[in-house]
Design a protein around this ligand. Structure first.
Ligand code: FAD
Length: 378
């Protein structure tokens, strides 16, 4: 049985490793060129927090050590008020538990290497899925050489929140979906290393809670920090409202004063880095015709305020692999079983991620907020 995975992102690559281990014949189709050795896309989520849920999935196939070699453990949140002292809030009582700041690009490359070296797995770059007949498994890909047709016994959509596989299932009347976008978007900014050292404590996830806006920063192995600013995309107080370098500087001096001296390229980053959209994807069912399935963000993209989207995609892979085992390799059984077991959890994290936005931008700044919370979140 040959299996097509559409999307060589975090979920698709890990899935290829797991299915390769099962001895399946797997082809991964990715629309982008091979990212290894290439430039990083400007302003697109440079690092991410991986917690125990994600590490568990990596550990099961012997990848944890490789991924963790460059990880930076963050043992708590560092709250930056507009004025006054910083406030460190540990994630566990004795401070021994951490979430890990990991480079998205490095993680993706490690998973790509692992997928390509798994038996029976091949990865084809520059293949954008544009058509799929769920009844036959016939796929159309746009490539530099023109359109290419391919067929697979099973097609798994791991192609992210804007999934083309999901779009095809919708177009063929197999599923329903709802997309809820937030008024808030995000923009990435950089705090570079200062004299070769981290400009902030690298053992913490930094948060600047400011009510309707918020900024966070995670450390990188090159001793820089990537800041992610969350703010409405339109209106009087929004990304669009700061239209000159002077306005950017004024805004940051008023709202994020301690960041200004640490971020010399602030106005330039602000001007050039894109504003990303944030939303929740819900669809049902996650499978069709006993042979097509959705996994990761393609099935259930969430807003990033719990730092759990990728962790969740990794958990999906472990569960799908388990369902396949329990159903004796019969995909028509494994795919519904996977949905039955995962949906409750992914619905829950989608709600919790929305709720955590309010917590992060407002409540963590409260003097009453000294409770040690579960280490699984930002
Ligand atoms: P993606 O990473 O979106 O990968 C999809 C892949 O499919 C891509 O390679 C894409 O090029 C390819 N593709 C798309 N369309 C096609 C097509 N038509 N044909 C072929 N290939 C296609 N999660 C965490 O766990 N921790 C965090 O700290 C965290 N922080 C985040 C911060 C931000 C600002 C954002 C936006 C997200 C964050 N997330 C975090 C969520 C995480 O990024 C996603 O959940 C994760 O990337 C989903 O992985 P995926 O492989 O399912 O989808």
């Amino acid at each position: 049985m040959n299996v097509a995975i559409v999307g060589a992102g975090l979920t698709g690559c890990l899935l290829a490793c797991y299915l390769g281990r099962r001895g399946l014949d797997v082809t991964v189709y990715e629309r982008r060129p091979d990212p290894r050795g290439g430039a990083v896309e400007r302003g697109r989520s440079i690092n991410l927090a991986i917690s125990e849920r994600g590490l568990d999935a990596l550990r099961r196939i012997g990848l944890e050590e490789r991924v963790m070699a460059d990880a930076l453990p963050m043992r708590g949140r560092m709250i930056h008020p507009v004025s006054g002292p910083l406030d460190f809030q540990r994630y566990s009582r004795d401070g021994d538990l951490a979430i890990n700041s990991i480079s998205r690009g490095a993680l993706n490359n490690t998973l790509l290497d692992a997928a390509e070296s798994a038996p029976g797995v091949k990865v084809l770059f520059g293949h954008r899925l544009t058509g799929l007949d769920p009844a036959t498994g016939t796929m159309t890909f746009e490539t530099e050489q023109g359109d290419v047709l391919a067929e697979a016994g099973v097609v798994l959509g791991a192609d992210g929140s804007g999934s083309a596989v999901r779009g095809q299932l919708l177009a063929h009347g197999r599923i329903e979906e709802s997309l809820d976008f937030l008024d808030h978007g995000y923009k990435e900014l950089t705090i570079p290393a200062a004299d070769g050292e981290f400009a902030l404590d690298p053992g913490a996830l930094h948060i600047w809670p400011r009510g309707t806006s918020m900024m966070i920063a995670l450390p990188n192995p090159d001793r820089s920090f990537t800041c992610t600013m969350f703010w409405p995309t339109g209106g009087t107080a929004s990304f669009a409202s700061l239209s000159s370098p002077a306005a950017v500087e004024r805004h940051f001096r008023a709202r994020y004063p301690d960041v200004v001296p640490l971020a010399p390229d602030l106005a330039d980053d602000y001007r050039h880095n894109p504003v990303g959209l944030l939303g929740t994807v819900r669809c049902a069912p996650w499978h069709a015709d006993g042979r097509v399935g959705l996994i990761g963000d393609a099935a259930h993209a969430i807003v990033p305020f719990y730092g759990q989207g990728a962790n969740c995609g990794f958990e999906d892979v472990v569960e799908l692999d388990r369902c396949l085992e329990e159903s004796g390799g019969r995909w028509e059984r494994a795919l519904p079983l996977f949905e039955e077991r995962r949906r409750e959890n992914t619905d829950a994290i989608a709600e919790m991620a929305l709720a955590n936005f309010v917590e992060m931008r407002d409540k963590v700044a409260s003097p009453m907020y000294r409770l040690v919370k579960n280490v699984e979140h930002w």
